[in-house]
Design a binder for this molecule. Structure first.
Ligand SMILES: NC(=O)c1ccc[n+]([C@@H]2O[C@H](COP(=O)([O-])OP(=O)(O)OC[C@H]3O[C@@H](n4cnc5c(N)ncnc54)[C@H](OP(=O)(O)O)[C@@H]3O)[C@@H](O)[C@H]2O)c1
Length: 298
């Protein structure tokens, strides 16, 4: 089985590459960074994909700059929607299975309770709208053989993410103000990456023709960004006062949904998963990050 992973320099792409290396299965993957396969050139996607005989594509690439997307809609739409549509068309024509990653930002965050996969969407940002357009393209082109995984608040040992940012800030500052009225669930990229490898190895997806499905996945539990930052402070034991603030006091270009907790019942039941609690996974990631010495505040 040969699998293409796009966005190989991103958090999830790097995580899957690392997991594949440790599990000694790298030979069955082709990992592409933007340099090797730039998804903004739609014609190149076709020539690249058709120059191999892929069985599966895992699309980790995305335009993820949520605030920048507000003023760069064309670019965000090209990667999050039109390139995804092209990938789905090629997957459909060439009988390739597809795992595509999407986001909780397809919701407006106004639901009281957990979001199910069939709940009505209502993205508040350009990023959310373009990601939703990508989902819809996959589902309309591929009636079978595609899985869309909506995830949230992804962090990892790689690249810029909330954990890395807060860790750097608490080393530099004595006080931080963090939004406490947006609730969600963090996702450790390593847990998501391992889930994807498990799905790849599952007969339920790979060896059978199944109707395309959306699944929700994050770590278990819920928190605000303030809770998340406070836990990073607790685990690191670096002294820094973290104050809760309201969304209105931290204006951003893109509007963010206030409450995007997603039910993971469907993915847990279908793939027999036990999902890690967010604080447990955060500890593991931070242990890896903190092996680098922490400098004193100056
Ligand atoms: N991060 C989150 O909090 C979060 C939350 C919910 C859902 N998601 C979704 O999860 C998936 C993985 O996210 P992530 O956190 O791994 O994102 P990431 O770290 O930003 O990685 C995205 C990757 O996509 C690549 N990319 C962007 N434009 C490209 C293009 N034109 N051609 C080829 N590659 C291109 C980027 O390349 P460069 O490295 O060259 O820029 C980057 O390596 C995405 O679908 C994202 O929408 C993420």
């Amino acid at each position: 089985m040969l699998t293409l992973v796009t966005g190989a320099n991103g958090q999830l792409g790097k995580t899957i590459k690392n997991l594949a290396k440790h599990q000694k299965i790298s030979d069955s993957f082709v990992f592409t960074s933007r340099d090797q396969l730039d998804l903004s050139y739609l014609d190149n996607i076709q020539s690249f994909i058709e120059s191999y005989k892929f069985d599966l594509i895992i699309n980790c690439a995305a335009y993820t700059a949520v605030d920048k997307a507000e003023t760069h809609e064309k670019e965000a739409n090209l990667i999050n929607h039109l390139a995804v549509k092209k990938i789905a068309e090629l997957a459909q024509i060439n009988s390739i299975k597809l795992i595509h990653i999407s986001t909780d930002f397809v919701f407006d965050g106004l639901k009281h309770g957990l979001y199910n996969e069939s709940d009505v969407t209502g993205p508040l940002s350009i990023y959310g709208k373009t990601k939703l357009a990508g989902e819809n393209a996959v589902l309309s082109i591929m009636k079978y053989n595609a899985i869309i995984i909506r995830t949230s608040w992804v962090y990892s040992e790689y690249g810029n993410n909330f954990v890395d940012t807060i860790l750097k800030l608490i080393q530099k500052r004595d006080e931080l103000n963090i939004v406490s009225d947006q609730m969600g669930s963090p996702t450790y990229a390593n847990d998501l990456g391992q889930l994807i490898l498990n799905i790849m190895n599952s007969d339920k997806f790979i060896s059978s023709k199944k109707a395309s499905e959306i699944y929700h996945y994050s770590n278990e539990g819920e928190c605000s960004w303030y809770d998340f930052a406070s836990e990073i402070g607790n685990i690191s034991r670096i002294k820094c006062t973290i104050n809760p603030i309201k969304t209105e006091d931290y204006p951003t270009a893109a509007k963010r949904p206030k409450h995007t907790l997603m039910s993971k019942k469907k993915i847990s039941q279908n793939f027999g998963l036990k999902i890690n609690f967010w604080k447990d996974s955060l500890k593991i990631c931070m242990r890896n990050l903190l092996t680098k010495p922490i400098s004193n505040k100056n």
